[in-house]
Design a protein around this ligand. Structure first.
Ligand code: CTP
Length: 405
């Protein structure tokens, strides 16, 4: 399934209680439906003070339900019917008052009634609080939040920042794109739960002088997609990133480095405490032996300066040589004879799995084709966007971890 349709076939129940953050839900509904989900919107009376049912009906392409007395349902039991077909229920925005109702198990209007009537195992509850910082910090709210968590709800956010009331602090609802990512992540199978992954990504930058250096065209997209897919699959992920312009995937610990040496120093001490090491970084093979302290100037002779080079250590091979090494996955970017070169590289680096791709065409692109090579043979993952490939690779890694266990 491509990234664009990652919620294809999913039924989501989206409930709004009263709050200014209701405006963000319009965008969220758009993102969810564009990703292929069907979204059934429910609103409390208070929610309708902030955003209209008309807007949400148009965006979800379904009538919005606002009352438990809605006669359009043949059996007049919207709370039962709608919660039986849903894969999850999200309350966004969840006001302080609504969280209090959830904590108490009250059911005096449609939304709380549905939350209570849903089959808990089949239709998990996600809650995105939105309120003033004092309301959020109040012991009563904190007690209620702890209670709904204990009852199985997943609380998303809240974030800190500027609030509609003019104050600054905790209590802002997550943005639509963040809620979208949380939902997609929540629905992924937790194939790597309890596992720790260490991933390198991006290029390295080897300075020649303070303003110049040697680098390459790696965008980091593949490594960042794997970090995201692994985190979504329940793993604890550390991402050692060269200089790239990409946002850190949710829940991922990121360590920024510049040079191959810094990447080596960031990776080696962490390697053994991880279950898996995935080396996607395009590490520079050589660096200028010394970086000039000041910018190298032309001297008027017409002669280019000669730059002595030194070889960088191979991070992947070093990790693979550790006595208590993690499961090592290498990448091989080749310009021809992919299977041959990838197979040789796998043996040379002494790693169980290598992922080949044909470069430099893949650098910076959003899609790719991967060739997985291990001791049993090879398998192609056909062309897809990098996040979908990453999810597939995560499945492959999880299967191998299980086999090795
Ligand atoms: N790699 C690494 N440290 C290096 C060089 C490479 O960890 N100093 C890792 C890469 O992240 C990748 C794998 O090794 O997972 C293969 O990288 P690649 O550049 O294709 O291989 P090289 O060993 O540099 O071989 P060659 O340049 O001869 O193709």
């Amino acid at each position: 399934m491509s990234e664009a349709l990652q919620l294809q076939g999913r039924h989501l129940l989206l409930g709004l209680s009263g709050g200014i953050a209701g405006y963000k839900v319009a965008e969220l509904v758009r993102l969810l439906t564009k990703a292929g989900a069907t979204v059934q919107v429910m609103m409390t009376e208070a929610a309708e003070q902030f955003i209209t049912a008309v807007t949400l009906q148009a965006l979800s392409n379904r009538p919005v339900v606002t009352s438990q007395w809605d006669a359009r349902e043949a059996n007049n039991m919207a709370h039962i019917n709608l919660s039986r077909e849903a894969d999850l229920m999200l309350i966004a925005p969840a006001s302080a008052d609504f969280i209090a109702k959830l904590a108490q198990g009250r059911a005096d209007e449609l939304l709380s009634l549905t939350a209570l009537a849903r089959p808990m195992e089949r239709c998990p509850l996600l809650v995105a609080p939105a309120m003033n910082r004092e309301m959020w910090a109040h012991p009563a709210t904190q007690r209620n939040v702890a209670q709904i968590k204990a009852d199985g709800a997943t609380v998303l956010g809240p974030a800190a920042g500027d609030q509609a009331c003019g104050e600054i602090g905790d209590g802002r609802m997550l943005e639509a794109a963040e809620l979208f990512d949380e939902i997609v992540a929540f629905l992924q199978p937790k194939l790597l739960a309890g596992r720790k992954l260490l991933i390198t990504a991006g290029p390295t930058f080897e300075p020649i002088d303070p303003v110049r250096g040697i680098t390459n065209l790696s965008s980091g997209k593949m490594g960042f997609s794997i970090a995201r897919a692994a985190a979504d699959a329940g793993a604890e992920v550390s991402l050692v990133a060269g200089p790239v312009n990409l946002p850190t995937p949710r829940g991922v610990r990121r360590i920024d480095v510049q040079t191959a040496q810094q990447m080596y120093e960031a990776v080696l001490p962490r390697a053994s405490v991880n279950d898996v090491f995935v080396a996607t970084a395009a590490v520079a093979d050589w660096r200028p032996a010394a970086s000039a302290e000041h910018k190298i100037k032309k001297d008027g002779s017409g002669q280019a300066p000669s730059i002595a080079m030194a070889e960088n250590r191979d991070i992947l091979a070093a990790v693979a040589a550790l006595p208590d090494r993690p499961y090592c996955v290498g990448f091989a970017a080749e310009s021809q004879d992919l299977l041959k070169h990838a197979s040789e590289k796998r043996l040379r680096k002494n790693i169980p799995l290598i992922v080949g791709n044909l470069g430099p065409a893949t650098f910076g692109r959003d899609d790719n084709t991967l060739l997985l090579v291990d001791e049993r043979g090879h398998r192609e993952i056909p062309c897809n966007d990098k996040l979908s490939l990453a999810r597939e690779l995560v499945r492959e890694i999880a299967t191998r971890l299980q086999e090795n266990a």
